[in-house]
Design a protein around this ligand. Structure first.
Ligand SMILES: [Zn+2]
Length: 511
């Protein structure tokens, strides 16, 4: 076969990698060259002629897998510094650690440092896009600016949403109000709740949505969870989402308690939150539901009908004692399934390899009958589905001409890939991140030879070290406060676990 001529305008040539184009066999991806012009993929060919390539950067991609960069479709940068602070904690109690309401306002330096660190971790594990659903409480423009500055400097792509709600946590968790003495109630809300002084969404619309987004940033909306948002707030959310054509990210049914709350408070919608959203006219393809562990069969069908998607976060769901999402039922209903790594205090690792591996293993136990192979599906969930959910499916998440050059190169000269029986299965079941060697975003190499090229990693670690004394001091105060609430937290949790729940409606628990 003769070599092809390089497309005009080529700036970077990836030579000889095994490329995961959408239609390739992902167990045995073929060797190919990728020509990149500026921020986009200009062409893919079995081989390009390089005689005229003197001013083109050529990257030797032989012995590498070239994947579309992973899309971390559910993440919160607000508690990056809390990684490793907790072991198993029921979700309802964990929220008091992750988003404590009486947390002293954070310094701009801390907000900046934690955003840098989180972005660094994502890039180093092969993610090129992150959906940050951020709580800034109390909201300050200078914090928001620090977040944008950090993302811009690091060079990761971001789908950015502020998290908001207009109902207090205590009102939305079964048994809490009756279990805790009244004087403790003020300690039970979280910072993902109403801003008292500011119309946060209105402010976000004026200062961000209406403005041109910074490079590599696209805006999104982040209502915390339907039960924490009034119908009016959900309505306002979907109106904005449609007006600006942006995606919406929210949490649903992460825990048994969240499903129970819907049953107890929504008799007019048969106890089903998704039905409430469908009847309110809010359910549409723009919606992405993080977790979706306790969805009923009826709700899964509604998601399929309305084209709404889910984002599964298996690591946090296990550690927070939440359970296993009905993966196979979601797949059968044709629901879009993306993958995320959620908070650093509950999932700890921003690592898509861990998320993909757990996804395939939990799919196996989510239905007793053997089902279709899941390794390729997991890889597509981590790339294509995340892009589609963000409404960016025609520009990221796939390796094809015209798409953004957001690529992850994995070195196969490693025991993980020796012998190479299936690239897809070995990526999902064996690789843990060690192989991620180069990462490109927008055609620019942002990780080269496992080192960030845009910001000095040492500078990031130093910036984190500088803010940690204050963070640790405040986190210790929070932990001591939650410890005092423990007897009532335990009591309320036992009540949630003991309450009757209609298992017949929950496909994966019925088996
Ligand atoms: Zn979350």
């Amino acid at each position: 076969m003769t070599d092809q001529k390089l497309p005009s305008g080529t700036t970077v040539l990836l030579k000889g990698g095994r490329v995961f184009t959408p239609d390739a066999d992902w167990h045995e991806p073929p060797q190919a060259d990728i020509a990149i012009a500026g921020d986009k993929i200009a062409g893919i060919a079995s081989s390009y002629r390089t005689d005229s390539a003197s001013n083109i950067e050529t990257i030797d991609a032989r012995d590498h897998l070239v994947l579309p960069g992973f899309i971390n479709a559910h993440y919160h940068s607000h508690d990056v510094l809390a990684k490793g602070t907790l072991e198993e904690v029921p979700l309802e109690s964990w929220r008091l650690y992750a988003l404590p309401p009486q947390y002293p306002p954070r310094s701009t330096e801390e907000v900046y440092a934690r955003t840098l660190l989180g972005a660094l971790e994502c890039l180093r594990s092969g993610m090129t896009t992150v959906q940050d659903m951020l709580t800034l409480y109390p909201y300050e423009d200078r914090h928001m600016d620090a977040v944008m500055k950090a993302y811009d400097e690091v060079g990761v792509r971001v789908i950015f949403a502020l998290q908001y709600a207009d109902r207090k946590g205590i009102e939305t968790i079964p048994f809490w109000k009756d279990t805790f003495p009244a004087e403790l109630h003020p300690l039970l809300s979280t910072a993902a709740e109403p801003e008292r002084k500011l119309d946060l969404i209105g402010h976000f619309e004026t200062t961000r949505l209406k403005q041109p987004a910074p490079p590599r940033v696209s805006w999104a909306l982040g209502p915390s969870a339907p039960e924490r948002c009034s119908p009016a707030l959900m309505q306002r959310t979907i109106e904005l989402a449609r007006r600006y054509d942006v995606p919406v990210y929210t949490h649903i049914y992460e825990s048994r308690g969240m499903a129970l709350q819907a049953r107890l408070t929504l008799p007019e919608y048969s106890g089903l939150l998704i039905k409430r959203l469908a009847e309110e006219g809010v359910l549409d393809p723009r919606l992405n539901f993080a977790h979706s562990v306790w969805l009923s069969a009826e709700e899964i069908d509604l998601l399929g009908e309305h084209g709404a998607g889910v984002v599964l976060n298996p690591q946090g769901n296990l550690k927070m004692k939440c359970g296993i999402a009905p993966i196979r039922t979601l797949q059968r209903a044709g629901v879009r399934v993306g993958l995320g790594c959620d908070n650093c205090s509950c999932s700890d690792a921003q690592n898509m390899f861990v998320a993909m591996k757990l996804f395939t293993l939990l799919a196996a136990v989510s239905d007793p009958i053997p089902g279709p192979p899941q390794a390729v599906t997991a890889l597509k969930a981590a790339t294509e589905a995340g892009a589609d959910g963000a409404r960016l499916g025609d520009s990221i998440g796939r390796i094809a001409p015209g798409f953004k050059a957001d690529l992850t190169l994995i070195d196969t000269r490693d025991p993980t890939f020796s012998p190479m029986n299936s690239a897809a299965r070995q990526l999902v079941h064996i690789e843990a991140g060690r192989g991620v060697r180069h990462v490109m975003v927008d055609g620019k190499v942002v990780v080269r030879d496992r080192q960030l090229t845009t910001v000095s990693e040492t500078t990031i670690y130093e910036a984190v070290k500088a803010v940690m004394p204050e963070f640790r001091r405040d986190f210790t105060t929070i932990s001591e406060r939650v410890a005092k609430l423990q007897p009532w937290l335990d009591q309320a949790h036992r009540k949630i676990m003991a309450a009757e729940l209609d298992i017949d409606r929950l496909p994966h628990l019925k088996n």
